[in-house]
Design a protein around this ligand. Sequence first.
Ligand code: PHE
Length: 342
Amino acid sequence: IHEEGLAAIDAAATTDALEELRVRYLGRKAELPNLLRGVGELPADQRGVVGKRANEVRRGLEERLDAARERLDAAELDVRLVADRVDVTLPGDPAQPVGRLHLITQTWREIEDVFVGLGFTVMEGPEVETVHYNFDALNHSPTHPARAPTDTFYVADDVVLRTHTSPMQVRAMEAHPPPLYVVIPGRVYRRDSDATHTPQFHQVEGLAVDSDITLADLKGTLLEFSRAIFGDERDVRLRGHFFPFTEPSVEVDVSCFNCTEGWMKDGSRCPLCRGEGWIEILGAGEVDPNVYSYVDDDRYDPEQVQGFAWGMGIERIAFLKHGVADLRLFYENDLRFLEQFG
Ligand code: PHE
């Protein structure tokens, strides 16, 4: 047992093999410990000799095991240190792809920043809106076509997904006394889907109510906005229009930033403004006095205050500015499209 055990220990190549040998030679069921336990039953004259020798062998094996374990532990540590070595001078992983804000979010924030710079406060409001705020309080007649369920998503008889951010005009006035200068960005919903319409899109409403506010203030404000977004050379013009909640109502055009008065350098008509030289960017007007009568606050007295309001589509601003051909691209989440912005 002694010779064989020592030879096996010397030959062991791993600490695991060593542990097996310990069990085989010194474990509870091994031959040597068995023999030691049997020493008491031997004739008296043999007990001393056998016991002494067996103990020597056990000690010899234990010492050799300890020495081998120390040697193998050290060797295995060396192997691990080499394998785990980190070369801190190696270049790192190739650049990780970095996310960016969606073009709609970028444009949303850009528009907000311009109006905050002009002294407006930002508010937000509910996307699920009552018919009262979405239509009635905005002076829509009971038969106005926009109320039809073919145009508007109804959640209940008197609850809709807001079709514009304008319901926030009355909500904002009910929340704050005049003077009031607010912009309200947010999602809006209409039953519409083609290259230039998506059923969900975004608007930024603007509302200014104070004393002595005129259409000239509206024009000046939107001129500042147009120059900040489309470039210093821009001009704006107002064209008469109709909205139930503004009087007078206008559509606002910005001078085309893609051509000179509708013409390209090569003499062809500008494809962006279709040769018009002007591009429609939003609807606006002076707040209709009737709207104030729906505001549950006497300080909004049409004899005392005047105001202007506008509503612009964020998608429209982004698509004009960046030449996006199809609005649906904004919502398909194709990285080849999204990566081009920001
Ligand atoms: N709410 C109108 C729309 O969605 C835009 C608008 C807002 C017009 C405010 C006038 C005043 O088309």
